[in-house]
Every structure is written in structure tokens, then in C-alpha cells.
Design a protein around this ligand. Structure first.
Ligand code: ATP
Length: 197
């Protein structure tokens, strides 16, 4: 039996880092942003709606997604919700498909990483939900270091997210990531080996 794990947490909390550790232990990963991108590139209905709503510039001449154009439309013109309304309804079925694929491939642990997990998908599909938490200041410093983005920009992105500290009761396991990377690695490995498969 494969275990399906949903992992969530705020920007810079350490979700991707935990996922990479689990991947090294044999898990199959699916990242929500990567999945959305894949669907925008391949799903004919989504592609048509993107063209209808955001114009033919949504795709390059070779047919690939014009991410710069869509990012501009979505973020600079405040049309993120319109974009999400096109893509999000298709996500659960696409996740289900990937879960089935992993099952067929004999994978033991499937991990779905999504900042919006608890909003959209607290999904019957997830056997276990893991929440990664870190103090705001730590997250800010880590994202600054990772992306080189400005403090103001990161704070704005943080403000748009839920307060994950309040979501503790919605998770089956909580990983607190205020220590070193080594400490995170040890917590992630412990959870994986003792509780997941
Ligand atoms: P996002 O939502 O922005 O994708 P995330 O939750 O996936 O973020 P990560 O990318 O895993 O977060 O971590 C953010 C950055 O902080 C990364 O560069 C990562 O290497 C670093 N980091 C994570 N945990 C620690 C830690 N305990 N000590 C030092 N650096 C850390």
C-alpha cells in the first residue's frame, strides 16, 4: 500500500527541503506549482481558456507557455484569481492521475507539496498531512538568501498566505524548522522512517 502525504507550510518554511530529503529516501514528489505549469502546457481546455482570457500572447509561437506574459497579467494586473480559476479546478484530477501512476510504479510514499493544500485539496486523497513551520524572521532571512528578493516583496507574499501556526490542528504531523539544516534533516528522516510508509 502506498502512503499519500500532503506537505504544506508558508513561504520559506522548508517544505521543498523536506521533500528533497524524502525523495532521497525513495518518495515520489509532486509539486503543485510544477503540476499547474504542466497542465497549462498540455491540457487543451486550459490552453484554450488561457488564450480566451489572457490573449494569444499566452503561448509562444512554438506552442510553449509564455510564463512572462501570464505572470505580468496575473501579478501586475491583479488577475491571479482569474488565472487560478482556470487551472485549480483541474488539479485534483491531475493529482489523482499522478497518484495512480506512482502506484503502478510500485512507489511506497507519494508526496504532494502545496502551499494551498489546506485550502483546496485537504483532500480525501491525502492519507497524511504534514505541516512545516518556522518563525517569520527565519523564513524571511532564508528566502532572502535563496532568491535574493527584497524584504518588502517577501513580506507581501507572506501576508497573502494564511497563518500556518493556526493550522496546526489540521495537520497529522508538524515539523518545526527553526534550527539548523542538520536538525531539519534528522526530523524529516525520523518522520519518514517511523511514521510514513
Ligand atoms: P517556498 O514556499 O518559497 O517554496 P519552502 O517552504 O519550499 O519555500 P525551502 O525552499 O525548502 O522552503 O527553504 C527555503 C530556504 O531556506 C532554502 O534555501 C533552504 O535551503 C533554506 N533552509 C531551509 N531550512 C533551513 C534551515 N533549517 N537552516 C538553514 N536554511 C534552511
Amino acid at each position: 500500500m502506498m502512503t499519500v502525504v500532503g506537505i504544506t507550510g508558508g513561504i520559506g518554511s522548508g517544505k521543498s527541503t523536506v521533500c528533497k530529503i524524502w525523495q532521497s529516501l525513495g518518495a515520489r514528489l509532486l509539486n503543485a506549482d510544477a503540476l499547474a505549469k504542466e497542465l497549462m502546457n498540455t491540457d487543451p481546455e486550459i490552453k484554450q481558456q488561457l488564450v480566451d482570457k489572457f490573449g494569444t500572447d499566452s503561448f509562444h509561437e512554438n506552442g510553449s507557455l509564455n510564463r512572462d506574459h501570464l505572470a505580468k497579467e496575473a501579478f501586475e494586473k491583479n488577475r491571479v484569481e482569474e488565472l487560478n480559476a482556470i487551472v485549480h479546478p483541474k488539479i485534483p484530477q491531475a493529482v489523482q492521475y499522478k497518484i495512480q501512476q506512482a502506484q503502478t510504479d510500485g512507489i511506497n510514499v507519494f508526496v504532494y507539496e502545496a502551499a494551498l493544500l489546506l485550502d483546496n485539496l485537504r483532500p480525501k486523497q491525502m492519507d497524511v498531512v504534514v505541516l512545516v513551520l518556522a518563525d517569520r524572521q527565519k523564513r524571511l532571512e532564508r528566502v532572502q538568501q535563496r532568491d535574493g528578493s527584497r524584504e518588502q516583496e517577501i513580506l507581501q507574499r507572506m501576508e497573502k498566505q494564511r497563518n500556518f501556526e493556526e493550522s496546526v490542528h489540521e495537520a497529522d504531523y508538524v515539523i518545526r524548522n527553526n534550527g539548523t539544516l542538520q536538525e531539519l534533516e534528522s526530523k524529516a528522516k525520523d518522520l519518514y522512517q517511523n511514521f510514513l510508509p
